[in-house]
Design a protein around this ligand. Structure first.
Ligand code: APR
Length: 236
């Protein structure tokens, strides 16, 4: 049977072994700072400096040379390169590790830490320095940049393209996500309704584990390459 398109959803767990924290693990980001204080439009309106400082710190962390893609990111890039049908990675992560590993068909549904969005002209531009320094928008010159990150209460990005990809995929793989946050947590149900095979690869069973046809549990750098190798061997 001809190989079918694949949709892969990733969450913070795929970047954990690269040195980036997850959100809801014991040492996760939300264990030390409240979502309401740094990751909502209301927080930004109330105290923009605190929100900018939160993302400036995470951006500096991501740009540390020690932070590099890991074998799980690399396995997904290999899958895209060698699978005889489209492979789309939909990531909830705002890091650039999938790009640096070589993935091309990629949707950052929660935005990107290395991009800024202008509140005056809505232009999106690359950023590798602190926004708190009041850097000017390269398009309009105004000093009103916010992180190009989707906050709680805002609409995730690329939803039409994601829905279309889920409609047509034969395999949906969820990697390194706890299943806490919608709409991403609902993608498995969308894929099931379209008769796709559904697989969870995670350190532990997620909230939606029972919705998957199969699950393989362990560190992403072990379970993802092994799964990709089996897929590629199956397709010959
Ligand atoms: N390998 C594989 N999975 C791992 C690893 C690892 N080394 N380490 C942790 N995990 C798993 C955890 O078991 C957990 O199920 O990754 C998942 C991380 O879950 P969360 O911290 O909730 O992160 P995520 O699911 O990506 O959060 C979704 O919530 O706060 C928002 O916008 C934020 O995009 C984020 C969204």
């Amino acid at each position: 049977m001809a190989a079918r398109p694949i949709v892969v959803l990733t969450g913070a767990g795929i970047s954990r072994e690269s040195g980036l924290h997850t959100f809801r693990d014991a040492d996760g980001i939300w264990a030390s700072v409240r979502i309401e204080d740094v990751a909502t439009p209301e927080a930004f309106a109330r105290d923009p400096s605190r929100v900018q400082a939160f993302y400036d710190s995470r951006r500096r962390g991501l740009l540390d040379p020690a932070i590099r893609p890991n074998a799980a990111h690399g396995a997904l890039a290999r899958l895209e390169a060698r699978w005889p049908a489209p492979v789309l990675v939909v990531t909830q992560n705002i890091d650039d590790l999938h790009e640096r590993a070589g993935s091309h068909a990629l949707i950052h549904m929660h935005g990107e830490l290395l991009k800024a969005r202008c509140l005056a002209c809505h232009a999106i531009s690359p950023v590798r320095h602190d926004l708190a320094s009041g850097v000017a928008c390269p398009a309009c010159g105004q000093r009103r940049l916010r992180p190009h990150v989707v906050w709680f209460g805002e609409m995730p990005l690329g939803m039409d393209a994601i829905a279309e990809a889920l409609d047509g995929c034969g395999l949906f793989v969820s990697i390194g996500t706890s299943g806490n946050v919608y709409p991403a947590a609902g993608f498995v149900d969308h894929a099931r309704r379209r008769r796709a095979r559904t697989v969870e690869l995670n350190l532990e069973r997620s909230l939606g584990a029972d919705l998957f046809d199969e699950g393989h549990y362990g560190p992403a750098t072990e379970v993802v390459p092994a799964f990709v190798d089996r897929l590629l061997a199956e397709c010959g």
